[in-house]
Each structure stands twice: as structure tokens, then as C-alpha cells.
Design a protein around this ligand. Sequence first.
Ligand code: SF4
Length: 413
Amino acid sequence: MNANKNEVSVFHGEGHLTGCSSDEEPGAKTMIFSQIETPDQLVSNRNAEFMHRYFPLATVDLWNDWKWQLRNSITSIEGLRKIMPLSDKEIMALNNLKGRLPLRITPYYASLIYKTKPSNPLRRIVVPVVEELLQAPEEKFDPLHEQLSSPVKGIVHRYPDRVLFTVTQVCSAYCRYCTRSHSVGKLDKLGKNDFEKAFEYIRNHREVRDVLISGGDPLTMSDGMLDYILSNLRAIPHVEILRIGSRVPVVLPQRITQNLISILRKYHPLYISLHFTHPDEITPECSEACIKLADGGFPLGSQTVLLKGINDDVETMKKLFHKLLMIRVKPYYLYQCDLIPGSAQFRTSINKGLEIIRGLRGFTSGYAIPHYVVDVPGGGGKIPLLPDYVVEHNNEKIVLRNYEGKIFEYPEI
Ligand code: SF4
């Protein structure tokens, strides 16, 4: 089962890959390595070439093993230097990450960036530059005040009927603009007692009908741990829906195994919020992972952070949202970048976000248009923003501007 039979082929079996070209963009056409197709054996051309060059002892089976991907992730400047030349700004940042958001890039995601320039959007997402070390006065370690809204370890209870449950601090790749850069990547783990207290809190708060399981990235946890967490939450009668927030299909698509899907399927209704940043992230492997999840019956939504020089133009966003719909992911939120330390390099004006929404609404399907929100500093929650479509509104009528700039009226009753 391929995401796109015209673009994707698969390689099956042991041994090294040969004869693959590599001067293509992420997600570009793939050569045929074998006629044998199984869903868990997908290796696109770019990945095959990378694997052959930098992991010559790895088999395709190993490459497709998510635990191998985690074990072989790049976590140091030395590791990164082996696969790509680094700029001075990158070296300076990598030499000063102590106590900050660590470096972690899966071999899979590294295969998407190893031949790129420092300005490449995907590279900027995971490779730090020196600007990350500079903190502007308006930037705070916990800009959303999540710690103040945390009644017990792991739970953030800000909104009336739902809670955020941060079950791990580990991600398979760390995004340099991460809102929780103050906590992710740190060793602070939830122990069994912490989990029991978190379940107890939700059990005692009958108003909680929706639990968002996040982190870190929950899908970096073992199948057994996920089963434990989900079964405990599903056993609470007033919890109606469960959600998982994850970037794994984008940075570690090998994790989406049939076994994982069988476990998750026991806990419907289960929604999955994925985190995409750029259209080049939608590779054959990523598409395959999302389609497997969609076939598992999980409604898929995406969250995207608006990032300067990475995705802050209408065409890039439109391409991303169109590609997401093709892999059955509904663009859900477009976030204004949070005010975390070192985020000035990534932050755009609010006008830029409004300009993007204005450039989408009316020009493409409504399904391709996410809500543009600012998660306001100080813990005020998400506030949606819209371009100014209302020209005038009084007791008699509302005067509206459409996507073409034409003016229309609708009577007030
Ligand atoms: S995957 Fe999410 S939690 Fe992990 S580093 Fe990226 S933004 Fe942060």
C-alpha cells in the first residue's frame, strides 16, 4: 500500500542499496528497488542514498525500525558534522546548547537536509543557529504560563472542559522554535506515581471531557506505555474524547506500525493532531504514515507554526495545506510563533499571518484553511484572528468585504 503509487516504490529485504540518485528534493520521484511491497518497508530514493552513504551497515529493515532510528539519531555537533558542513552560526549555537533545548535529528529527517544550505527551511527547523542564544526582553521561558496552570505534574488545566497531559519530555527531533523548549528534552520523567496522580486528577474533575496527550511527543513512547496511558484515560467515564499531539509521522514515520495502530484503535474516539511546518516534509514515507493513521479511523488535523523565512508566504502555505489534504490531514491551526527565548529569528508580524489567511480564503477550498491563532502570552489561551472582512456593523445591517475586495450588505433582523 503506497501513498502514491506513481511516486513511490519500496525496497524489501536485507542488504545495501545501490544505484540510487540523490539530487532530488524531499518527496521527489523514487526509483524501484524491488517489486516486493509491504507497508513497513518504504524507503524513498533520497533516504536510500543517505542510508547507503552514512549507515553502510544498516539494512532496510533496520532503517525502517523506529527504535533503530531513535538509537541512531544525531545528537551532537560531531555527529552532525559527519553528514553535512556546518555554518559558523550553526557551530556557535551547537557549541553552546548546554542546559538548552538539545539537538536531536532522526536519520530519516537528516536525509532530508544533509545536502542543503543553512537557509533551507527544513534545516532551520532542527539545526540551531546563534540567534537562538539571544533572548529579547519580551521573550519568556514559559510564555503561556503552563506551569502556573498545572495542578499536578504533567497536567495543564487552563480551559473549562479539557486538559493537556504532557506524558513525556522526549521528542524524536527537536524543533528550534518549540513552545515547551523550557521543558522538552530534559530528564524530568513522569514516574508511576505521577501518572496515577494525573489519572486521579482527571477522575476527580468531572468537567474534563477531552484530554490532549502531548509532551514532548507521546508517540516516542513504547506501545506498552501508550496502552497503559490510553486504557487508564478511557476508563474514566466522563472523558469523551482523547487526542494525541505528535510530530512523529513527520520526523519518524517508521513509528507508525500496524501494532501501534492496533493499540490506538482500541481507544476511539481518538483524534490525532500532527505538527507540520513545510510542504517538503510531506515525503512518501510521511504520506504513508498519515494514510495508515487515517485508515485506522483517526481524524487527523495539523498544526503549523508561522515561521519567518520558512513558511511565511501564501504560496508555501497553500502548497502545504493542499498536500496535507491529499494525505487526509485537515489543516487545523496556524499558530503565531510563541515568545520563547531566541524566537525573534522565527517570529513574523501578525499582519503576515493575516495576509496569509487573506490570500487563502476564497482562493482555495475552505478545508485547506486553518484557524489562525495567537496563544497569548500570560496564559490567556488561543485567540483566533481574521482579516478585516467587516466594513461596518450596526442595528440595521452588516457591510462585508469579500475575498475580491467587493462590498456586500446583509440586513440585521
Ligand atoms: S515536536 Fe513538538 S514538543 Fe517536540 S520539539 Fe517539536 S514543537 Fe516541541
